[in-house]
Design a protein around this ligand. Structure first.
Ligand code: AP5
Length: 212
């Protein structure tokens, strides 16, 4: 099963992708996480993408498309995957089509901008494994420590209010048009926000044809 998760920054793509990945045993492919790892390791891709990431702008299409082309060729993708944060422009969606990738479901997580700002400013992520938490909505068992790997929880650099507003602007201008793109292909499943992680998991699983 090949799934695309669409939605604004902070809509819950990463949170839902983790749950779908556990349920269906397919990998979560987050372009954001891949780029952050490249930045940490000091690689060439990290150098080329740092400015865009730090300022809430999209990384140029050709760089992200190449990242996805390489990642999807890996053996763990043979049984399906969840694309979390890709595509983000019409050009990226067309590149996916040109690779001959068949998409089964496109889940669009619909969340108001005001809710997004609260979610992202309270988000904490594991510096080791990338797992996502929230200071109110999804607390770890021990404050500041990842439940999964014991890593330290940190705030992402692009989760400041100023950068969140820029990311929302970019989302509405460049990524929102993908809803119509996939609607025309009959693939979109719209999931209006239910207000809690668990309620959204239930709605997403139902859209994918399974119970929680
Ligand atoms: P990326 O890392 O993909 O960030 P994003 O899309 O901005 O999305 P986020 O990771 O911020 O949010 P999310 O939707 O995953 O929400 P989460 O589950 O964490 O991209 C970062 C940057 O990389 C981009 O700005 C760009 O520069 C670059 N990039 C990446 N892909 C690219 C591409 N394809 N093309 C070009 N550039 C690209 O949830 C957020 C918080 O809310 C968490 O704290 C969570 O616990 C909480 N929460 C989640 N769901 C709920 C709920 N239902 N109720 C209450 N709280 C909830």
């Amino acid at each position: 099963m090949n799934i695309i998760l669409l939605g604004a920054p902070g809509a819950g793509k990463g949170t839902q992708a983790e749950r779908i990945s556990e349920k269906w045993s397919i990998p979560q492919i987050s372009t954001g996480n891949i780029i952050r790892d490249a930045l940490k390791s000091g690689s060439d891709i990290g150098e080329k993408t740092k400015y865009y990431m730090d300022n809430g702008l999209l990384v140029p299409d050709e760089i992200v498309i190449e990242i996805i082309r390489v990642r999807l060729a890996q053996s763990d993708c043979a049984g399906g995957y969840i694309l979390d944060g890709f595509p983000r422009t019409i050009a990226q969606a067309e590149a996916l089509d040109a690779m001959g990738i068949e998409i089964d479901h496109v889940i669009d997580l619909e969340v108001e901008d005001e809710v997004i700002i609260k979610r992202l400013s309270g988000r904490r992520v594991c510096s080791e494994c990338g797992a996502t938490y929230h200071i109110v909505n999804k607390k770890p068992v021990v404050e500041g420590v990842c439940d999964k790997c014991g890593g330290t929880l940190v705030q992402r650099k692009d989760d400041t209010v100023e950068t969140i507003n820029e990311r929302l602007k970019v989302y509405h201008a460049q990524t929102e048009p993908l809803i119509a793109y996939y609607e025309a292909k009959g693939l979109i499943r719209r999931i209006p926000d239910k207000g809690s992680v668990e309620a959204n998991v239930k709605a997403v699983f139902e859209a994918l044809g399974a119970d929680v």
